[in-house]
Write a protein that binds this ligand. Structure first.
Ligand code: BES
Ligand code: MN
Ligand code: ZN
Length: 494
């Protein structure tokens, strides 16, 4: 999707569609008011007749209005005027995005002249651009008959104040974030027979063709030399070779400490010898969504050309049962030297992450954030609304929580108190890889915390937020908005 910005109102514009907002009490935004005047009260009549539901995000599509040059007018409800908030705005933009994605015709003008308490025009435009562009995402499924491309491709934002450089930057950021999200969704949605560790490594190499990124891929033999016994214990059951992918983006000063992102890249999780039940197992192709988030965030950072240093690390393998697979009870030595008794081969994410987290030390990071579809238990604890957040540094946790609220890509912190560490006791090694039924997401995070003592660290458990199941099954692109905005704010602060 292509965006432009202009100051003004839409009544004179020749477009496939123009979009204006109305409130549940029947009042109109300034742009909607201008349209109403030009059409001799067409919008007022729609509202009076009750043809626009009062809930924020309801829409009414009106075609061929006399007095307008545009082919269609989309009226979107912003909800009650005294309750307009972030969610109402996002709901409205999501509905607009869905409608525009289905319309015939090429171009639309979207009026952004509503005021959201506590938010400026730049915030509105970044959000709007991201949401509209993300709504246009379609997975290119390999069907015999290709479905024809539909939907509006060109969107012009009409704003009340001047179309400043700051607003243009906000739109470009929203677009870059959506473009990163599209990569994350594609990688997640691809089946595991296509998107395997080698495919992820090739994706990283393709991204590196853009100047400021350097990609390095470590092979099994390299991992053996580094002593990554924990990661390799997961990989040993699979026939596809594991890859350890490192992407270094140098947008900042040479000696600025980088933000390191580590993404779980299990391209398919069968559970290994601790085999998962069959129902719904196809969704374990999404077990690389942490890795996909690292790729998507890198793509967004590249497109924004952010002045910051970022390192992406993706340990990647399948988790398969076989004659060579790790058995429950096997003991392995991690790169850190700590030994692990593998009581359940389905708790494999932490086994690959721990070696990647140890590897991350060499970058002397400003902070490390890992992203992983780590536990089903986080869905029991928090549902599918926020990502689970864990951290060994309260400031970093608060920073991520605030960015989550800014973007709507929210996180909620859970504790990793030492009191939980006892659950990981083993009679046969430094620790077990599972902590029993209680607080499964917390004990998983506690396991990781034993490998992150050298730096400030946060862990994002995205098992509930990375994809949706059911009829609309598909990757969400989360938490790319969170991490991209985190990096924008860090770059602005530097
Ligand atoms: N990839 C899964 C976590 C998962 C499960 C994500 C369902 C999304 C939906 C992870 O590797 C796993 O299997 N975790 C186990 C841990 C348990 C064995 C301690 C789980 O959550 O059941
Ligand atoms: Mn598993
Ligand atoms: Zn897994």
């Amino acid at each position: 999707m292509e965006f432009t910005i202009k100051t003004g109102t839409p009544e004179e514009l020749k477009r496939a569609c123009i979009v204006v907002g109305a409130y549940s009490d029947g009042s109109l935004t300034a742009a909607a008011q201008a349209v109403d005047t030009a059409t001799e009260g067409a919008l007022s009549r729609v509202l009076k007749q009750g043809d626009l539901d009062k809930k924020a995000g309801s829409t009414a599509l009106l075609a061929g209005l006399a007095g307008l040059k545009a082919e269609r007018l989309l009226l979107v409800s912003l909800g009650a005027p005294d309750e307009v908030n972030d969610k109402a705005f996002r709901d409205a933009m999501t509905a607009v995005g869905r409608t525009l994605a289905k319309l015939p015709g090429k171009d639309a003008s979207v009026c952004i002249d509503m005021s959201i308490p506590g938010r400026d025009a730049a915030w509105c435009l970044q959000q709007a651009a991201r949401i509209l562009a993300a709504a246009a995402y379609k997975f290119d499924a390999p069907r015999k008959e290709k479905s024809p491309a539909t939907g509006i491709r060109k969107v012009q934002f009409l704003v009340a104040e001047s179309a400043s450089a700051a607003l243009k930057t906000a739109i470009a950021q929203g677009q870059a974030i959506a473009s990163g999200m599209a990569l994350t969704k594609d990688l997640g949605n691809l089946p595991a027979n296509v998107c395997n560790p080698t495919y992820l490594a090739e994706t990283a190499e393709k991204l590196a063709k853009k100047s400021k990124l350097k990609t390095t891929v470590l092979e099994r033999a390299d991992m053996e030399k580094l002593g990554m016994g924990s990661l390799l214990s997961v990989a040993q059951g699979a026939d596809t070779p594991p890859k350890f992918i490192i992407m270094e983006y140098k947008g900042g000063k040479a000696k600025d400490a980088p933000v390191v992102l580590v993404g779980k890249g299990i391209t398919f999780d069968t559970g290994g010898i601790s085999l998962k039940p069959g129902a719904g197992m196809d969704e374990m192709k999404y077990d690389m969504c942490g890795a996909a988030t690292v790729f998507g965030t890198m793509k967004a950072v590249l497109e924004m050309d952010l002045p910051i240093n970022v390192v992406g690390i993706v340990p990647s393998t399948e988790n398969m049962p076989s004659g060579r697979a790790t058995r429950p009870g096997d003991v392995v030595t991690s790169m850190s030297g700590q030994t692990i008794e593998i009581l359940n081969t389905d708790a494999e994410g932490r086994l690959i992450l721990c070696d990647a987290l140890t590897y991350a030390e060499k970058f002397k990071p400003a902070c490390v954030i890992d992203i992983a579809t780590l536990t089903g238990a986080v869905i029991i604890a928090l549902g599918k609304v926020p990502t689970g957040l864990f951290a060994n540094d309260d400031e970093l946790a608060q920073e991520l929580t605030a960015v989550g609220n800014d973007t709507g890509d929210r996180v909620w912190q859970l504790p990793i108190w030492d009191d939980y560490q006892d659950q990981l006791k083993s009679n046969f090694a430094d620790m077990a890889n599972i902590g029993g039924r209680d607080a499964g997401s917390i004990t998983a995070a506690c396991f990781l915390s034993r490998f992150t003592k050298a730096y400030k660290w946060a862990h994002l458990d995205i098992a509930g937020t990375a994809w949706v199941s059911g009829d609309a099954k598909g990757a969400t692109g989360r938490p790319v908005p969170l991490l991209a905005e985190f990096l924008i704010q860090r770059a602005n602060a530097a």
